[in-house]
Design a protein around this ligand. Structure first.
Ligand code: MN
Length: 711
């Protein structure tokens, strides 16, 4: 083919003879593979990959990328496999071709904006190697250039996809000329009439403007010369689609948009940019507030320039961009500028490094850990290292954190889907729910109505959302079970006391709930089920309030405890109750009533002698100090004990006793305090205050034997 010969001749300008002959071999391979296939236009299919390679050659892309461009459709359209490509042309080329084929395999369906953004990210993430994207963009550009022969519906669909997905990617990568051409071609196929009208209007206005533009150019060039600046100055036009957009967005007529004249000044270095700016502001008055310094603060895609708008002759606005040659290269070719302008002796590593730096600044990525070398290997750049993009069965794209499993996905779709998940199909294949998802996976969760989350899922889910939902479900389930158990235990206890649930009227229930501090019967049942209250105690109190305390049993009325009763009522040493704790009295021979917390093990042990129990409650007004023990785990830092002691004092408490134990690890130690508190609320305040101390990692109340006081 003549075109092929021309390309290979061109390539000798920047490639070695060896590389060119390898490319000729790739061409022959591709031509043979596509033999007998034709494009819609009737040309042999090979003309397409050849044209794609030619576009990439304009950027001076490396031989691997050009080889991959020549082969980019063989895996999809012919029987050639990745392995065969790897054997004949090397692993890197095979990976590039595979990357392009994978992108081709996905179809963009949704019309929603945020879906388009996700889709763009997914493509970039899937590509990993920026050359895959460059090949794909060149492929799309050539297809758009040769789309005339397609049917109108298809034309529109492809044009829409180009406008939504590929043009923004080209823009993001700074590939300005491709970006503009893709937008203009899409515009042409989406709105053929508008395109024609605008194109014609632009042609006419170009003729009308020529004289004005020429005059202004001369004036600018003369002034810069006076200032001693070596510059090249050109007039500049907007591309059609951006004129159209401006008309739409700002509600302007074509004439209004065209009223603005654009000029570009290219100088040798950064100081010259600012000198040129000063000179031009001396020539024409600048518009206030229109000056932008993208040299000091570059745009996100790496673009740098000075922008200013001037009042030109007759007051017409002149938009001027001033930049260095380096900045201009990047403004025009973006990420490809590193291939395009690489000096002959620069090795590939330097190129990789530059490209990588560029992409990093472009996408504002944080390098994940690992060395620079790992990053640069094979130009692989993980553009979105923290995310993975997958499809729902309906084609919606979801972004999940990297490492997310099918269970995470299920909970992202809907809590119910997560709670009822039993299996998953990934790309139509049945897989375990713990499977980690990859970019582009189509994930279909299979649910069953009676299914419940498995606690084992907590071992592998990667998202906080799934974790929280699973925990929440398990907790709710546990609570329900506790309520049932508690109710059964209470009924049993009532029966033991020869009572029955029917005997307790609503009024007695309300009264009991009020006094016990429980919010509802369910909460009370749950407390019993979880062992926080004793069924027998509750049963006895209820029966007593219902006025049906079984005769003969010794159940005295509620005793109010102030903590000052002396021998008649002592506070148990085992659990150290303080006002606010749910308590119960236990009648002990020779000791009177001993007050325990309701969850004290001693009480639990005495459940078969519930006739020894006495219903007690705290006197609200009691203000004396009670002893309580707390245990703290603290990081070993200088002065930490003083800080803790200070915190306790600040919270209005006195320390009765303190001991410090060194733990196994030298980084932490355990502190035991016996404190004086007025009640449970006071204790909570102290603990809250201590949690503010950074070294304190854990605080618990100890309900065991406190350290004996020295009397
Ligand atoms: Mn193609």
């Amino acid at each position: 083919m003549v075109e092929a010969e021309l390309l290979f001749k061109d390539l000798t300008s920047y490639l070695k003879a060896d590389d060119v002959s390898r490319l000729q071999r790739a061409y022959a391979f591709s031509e043979a593979a596509h033999h007998g296939q034709f494009r819609k236009s009737g040309e042999p299919y090979i003309s397409h990959p050849l044209a794609v390679a030619k576009i990439l050659a304009q950027w001076h892309l490396d031989p691997q990328a050009l080889t991959a461009a020549l082969l980019h459709d063989v895996m999809e359209d012919t029987a050639v496999t990745k392995e065969e490509i790897a054997e004949s042309f090397g692993r890197s080329v095979a990976e590039l071709v595979d990357g392009v084929s994978k992108i081709d395999a996905i179809e963009f369906q949704s019309k929603e904006d945020f879906q388009a953004e996700n889709f763009r990210k997914m493509l970039l993430a899937m590509a990993r190697d920026v050359r895959v994207i460059l090949i794909k963009l060149a492929d799309r550009l050539h297809n758009m250039r040769t789309m005339q022969v397609m049917d109108p519906v298809r034309k529109k669909r492809i044009a829409r996809e180009t406008l939504d997905i590929y043009a923004p990617i080209a823009n993001r990568l700074g590939l300005n000329s491709i970006y503009q051409e893709l937008e203009d071609l899409s515009f042409r196929y989406l709105h053929p009439t508008r395109y024609r009208v605008l194109a014609k209007a632009l042609k006419t206005s170009r003729g009308n403007r020529r004289e004005v533009v020429g005059k202004v150019l001369d004036a600018i060039i003369a002034r810069l010369k006076e200032a001693g600046i070596d510059a090249s100055v050109t007039g500049r036009e907007k591309h059609l689609h951006s004129i159209y957009n401006k008309m739409l967005e700002k509600q302007l007529s074509f004439a209004q948009v065209q009223d603005i004249y654009g000029f570009r000044v290219i100088v040798s270095d950064v100081p010259a940019c600012y000198v040129a700016l000063g000179a031009l502001h001396g020539l024409y008055k600048p518009f206030p507030g229109k000056f932008k310094d993208y040299i000091a603060i570059p745009k996100a895609n790496g673009y740098q320039s000075l922008h200013t708008t001037l009042f030109g002759p007759f007051g017409m606005p002149l938009e001027v961009q001033i930049r260095t040659r380096e900045m201009h290269k990047i403004a025009e070719a973006g990420v490809a500028s590193h291939w395009l302008y690489k000096t002959s002796d620069a090795d590939l590593n330097e190129l990789q490094q530059k490209t990588h730096q560029w992409l990093q600044s472009l996408l504002e990525l944080q390098t994940t850990s690992g060395t620079a070398v790992e990053f640069l290997e094979h130009l692989k750049v993980d553009l979105f290292p923290d995310e993975v993009y997958v499809f729902t069965p309906k084609g919606k794209i979801m972004a999940l954190p990297r490492g997310a499993t099918a269970v995470d996905f299920a909970y992202f779709v809907h809590t119910d889907i997560g709670n009822r998940a039993i299996a998953v199909k990934i790309n139509d294949e049945l897989m375990p729910l713990r499977t980690e998802l990859k970019n582009g996976d189509r994930v279909d969760i299979i649910t069953a109505v009676q299914a419940r989350p498995n606690p084992a899922w907590l071992n592998f889910v990667a998202t906080a959302r799934a974790r929280a939902q699973i925990r929440h479900f398990l907790k709710t389930m546990q609570l329900e079970e506790s309520v049932h158990l508690g109710e059964r235990l209470l009924n049993q206890a009532l029966a033991t006391l020869k009572g029955s649930p029917a005997e307790i009227d609503a009024e007695s229930w309300d009264k009991f709930l009020r006094e016990s501090g429980a919010k509802s019967r369910a909460e009370l049942h749950a407390d019993i089920g979880l062992g926080k209250r004793l069924a027998a105690v509750v049963a006895a109190s209820l029966l007593q309030r219902a006025g049906s305390a079984p005769s003969g049993e010794q159940i005295p009325g509620t005793i109010v405890i102030r903590g000052t009763e002396g021998m008649a009522a002592q506070l148990a040493r085992c659990c150290n109750p303080i006002p606010g704790d749910p308590v119960i009295g236990l009648v002990s021979k020779g000791q009177g009533i001993v007050i325990h917390t309701q969850d004290c093990p001693v009480i639990r042990k005495s459940r078969h002698e519930s006739d020894r129990w006495v219903d007690v409650q705290w006197d609200d007004k009691t203000r004396r100090a009670f002893l309580v023990s707390i245990r703290l785990s603290v990081a070993n830092e200088r002065g930490v004990l003083a800080r803790v002691a200070g915190g306790i004092a600040e919270a209005g408490s006195n320390i009765d006793n303190v001991s410090v134990e060194q733990s196994d690890s030298s980084a932490y130690s355990t502190m035991n305090f016996t404190l004086q508190v007025t009640n449970r609320f006071h204790l909570a305040q102290i603990m809250k205050r201590l949690r503010l101390i950074p070294e304190v990692v854990r605080i618990v109340r100890v309900k065991g034997q406190p350290k004996e006081r020295e009397q």
